[in-house]
Design a protein around this ligand. Structure first.
Ligand code: SDX
Length: 425
């Protein structure tokens, strides 16, 4: 028996079905609301809107819980490598040995990019932001892989998905090396996904490059933590682009563009700039006051979240991994001291407590990247490499839904009404 809500508008009452998921908030099914009432529901920023049904990722923001296909993120970070988690997000189950081997072979089969795509890089300035390169080059993949553009062929969808997961690290490392005037790297498929990425990023032809297992493991953790996160801004962008039946390469390029913003995936880069701007623990109180002031646009980057009104579980994991990596590499970073003190002060401050503002995944990731000698401009690029798995899993879920239709929101129009045409001479 479906539960229903009744809504009465100007004396007319309609019944709205209430749908229940496997966990999380129930939803009001308002798909016929406009047809039955002639009114739209108004929700800019989608603070109270469920845009789809999904079985990929579940977040409980009040409890600080994150599940990928039902598995707690803490368990996956501890027990899996990134490609196992990628398989889980794509196919819904953790791979057995044979499935993992076959998946790794398929990904490895696609790690190189078309040789002509390498010439695209010459068109960029050396000081181009690597996210600008990622948006351009990933979108251009659709100009090369015509055999995986039929979005209604499940096999072509799978090939395109594997191509994107496989090529993102290669393109990211090419963007980094292009910026520093080094040769554009080639993948080495005998390495793991994270080792291959680090090797492409930092190895140069004239010197042997020793992959530090601590750094490779840290990279895997970062990739796993950033892989998916429900219907965030960039994932919603990918879904909306996909709903128009755009090809998967174009859809992922749109996700990269949306992720770039400092309110979203660009926050990790902004956190490091903020910590450098604060400069010393003694300056923290001034910046905390600025973050609270309505008359100051300064916000604590890496703090606050639309969904988490508790500690972001990813931030907790990265904070510990940060300590471990710095200890194992025998490094210290004054920015980590500033971040820890900033967190400690903010979490005791009534403003942050009342508004339930906690550190999010980006608060510590920048310090971790710095310990791995990743340049600031590459932080969001690495986020996009990891999130490509989530984006493409969500895109596949949407494309496999026979009821899928183009996303087309409406508006509350507040502009001019019918005006008599008048043109001043
Ligand atoms: C990511 O959605 C996802 O899942 C995203 C992500 C993912 O994995 O995909 O988790 C990745 O994007 C993490 C978030 C990274 N962004 C930042 O760290 C930027 C700093 N954070 C803020 O910009 C903000 O918290 C957002 C954008 C993250 C969330 O914004 P909301 O939900 O729209 O909340 P809001 O801006 O309406 O803030 C509510 C209140 C406001 O005060 P009032 O107007 O109610 O008085 O809290 C204040 C805000 O001013 N506030 C902050 C603050 N964040 C919110 N005040 C100071 N510092 C902050 N960081």
């Amino acid at each position: 028996m479906t539960r229903k809500a009744t809504i009465t508008i100007d004396g007319k009452t309609i019944e709205v079905p209430i749908l229940k998921g496997s966990c999380g908030p129930d939803v009001l099914d308002i798909r016929n609301f406009y047809q039955e009432t002639g009114m739209f529901c108004y929700d800019p920023g989608f603070t109270s809107t469920a845009s789809c049904t999904s079985s990929i990722t579940y977040i409980n923001g009040d409890k600080g819980v994150l599940l990928y296909r039902g598995y707690p993120i803490e368990d996956l970070v501890e027990k899996c490598d990134f490609l196992e988690v990628a398989y889980l997000l794509l196919y819904g189950e953790l791979p057995d040995i044979a499935q993992k081997e076959s998946f790794e072979q398929s990904i490895n089969h696609h790690t190189m990019v078309h040789e002509q795509l390498r010439s695209f890089f010459q068109g960029f300035r050396r000081d181009a932001h690597p996210m600008a390169i990622m948006v351009g080059v990933v979108g251009a993949l659709s100009a090369f892989y015509h055999d995986s553009l039929d979005i209604y062929d499940p096999q072509q969808r799978e090939i395109a998905s594997h191509r994107l997961i496989a090529k993102m690290p290669t393109i990211a490392a090419m963007a980094y090396n292009y910026a520093r005037g080094c040769p554009l790297p080639y993948p080495k498929n005998q390495l793991t996904y994270s080792q291959n990425f680090l090797n492409m990023m930092f190895a140069i032809p004239s010197e042997p490059y020793q992959i530090n297992p601590v750094i490779a493991r840290a990279m895997d953790i970062i990739f796993i933590l950033h892989a998916d996160h429900e219907q965030n801004a960039s994932t919603s962008t990918v879904r909306l682009a996909g709903s128009s039946q755009a090809n998967p390469f174009a859809c992922i390029a749109s996700g990269i563009a949306a992720l770039w913003g400092p309110a979203h995936g660009g926050a990790n880069e902004a956190v490091l700039s903020m910590l450098k701007q604060i400069g010393s623990v003694k300056n923290i109180p001034e910046y905390i006051e600025r973050a609270k002031s309505k008359n100051d646009s300064f916000r604590l980057s890496g703090f606050g979240h639309r969904v988490y009104k508790n500690y972001d579980p990813r931030a907790r994991i990265i904070r510990k991994a940060c300590h471990d990596v710095l200890d194992q590499l025998k490094l210290s970073d004054p920015l980590l001291e500033i971040a820890l003190e900033l967190e400690s002060i903010a979490l005791k401050d009534p403003y942050f407590i009342e508004k339930k503002l906690y550190p999010n995944v980006d608060f510590y990731s920048g310090i971790m990247f710095k310990a791995l000698e990743i340049p600031t401009s590459m932080f969001t690029v690495i986020f996009s490499v990891a999130r490509t798995v989530g984006w493409i899993a969500q895109w596949n879920e949407m494309m496999a839904d026979p009821a899928q239709k183009i996303g087309r929101p409406r508006q509350l129009y507040v502009g001019e009404k019918n005006r008599t045409f008048f043109k001043s001479t």
